[in-house]
Design a protein around this ligand. Sequence first.
Ligand code: KIV
Length: 269
Amino acid sequence: MTLYGETTKMLTVSDLAAMKRAGEKISCLTAYDASFAAVLDNAGIDVLLVGDSLGMVVQGEASTLPVTIDDMVYHGRCVAKTRRRAFLIVDLPFASYALPEQALNNAARLMREGGAQMVKLEGAKPAIVAFLVEQGIPVCGHLGLLPQSVNRLGGYRVQGRDADQAERILADAEALEQAGAGALVLECVPAELAERISRRLAIPVIGIGAGAACDGQVLVLYDMLDIGAGKRPRFSKNFMAGAAGIADAVGRYHAAVKSGEFPGSEHTY
Ligand code: KIV
C-alpha cells in the first residue's frame, strides 16, 4: 500500500503463519480507538484485536454480553483508520454467530465496514468456522475461558485443569483448525495444555493467561497500562510501572513478548 509516497506493508494471515514456523513470537494487544491503535502500530505490535472486552473497559458494562455488532463495527473502523502494519482482528459479539447466515452477515459487516482482516468467535463451532472460511472470511477461534459464556461457566475461571476438560479443549482446537481457522486465541488455561495445543496445531496460537509456550501473547490494553479500577487478573502485567509513558510501556510489552520474557511463571497457571 502506498501512503504519502512511502510503501507500508500490512501484515497478512500468511505472515502470522510464517512467524509461527520461524519461531518468532507474535505480539498482540487489544485496541478500540484510532489514537491508541496508532501508538500500538508505531511500537511494532503485530496484531491489533478489537475485542468485545470493550464492553467492560470502554462502555463500563459488567460483562461483554451487551456489546452489539454495531459497536464492533464502529470500534473496528476507528482502529482501522490509523493502523498501518498490524494485522487487524475484530470480535463477533455475543449471539451474533449462532446460525451460518447470521454469522456471515455479521462477519461481512466487520470486514466491509469495520476494516477487519479476520473475525474472532468464541467456542467450539467448527461448522460456523468452515462456512465463513468457505465464503472467504478468515476466522480466529477462541477456546479456554469464554467470556461470552460467563453465565454458563459460572464465573471467570481457569479452564482445562482436569484431564477430561483438557482433552476436550485440545480436540476442539484441532476441530477448529480442520475447519479452516487461521489462528486461535487460548484464554486462561494451564501452561502445559497450551503448550500441547501450540505444538499440535500448525496455525498460530495466541495466549492470554496460557503460558509462555504459545506462539504469541495478547493482553487487554487497559490492563497492561494499569488503567481503570479493580483487581488485575494474575496473567496480566502492569507495563506502565517504570515506563516513560504509554508508547514506552507498549514498546516494553512488545519486546518482552518477542524475547519470551513475558509471560513469566508468576503470570501463568
Ligand atoms: O475481547 C477481548 O479482549 C478478547 C481477549 C481477552 C483475547 O477476546
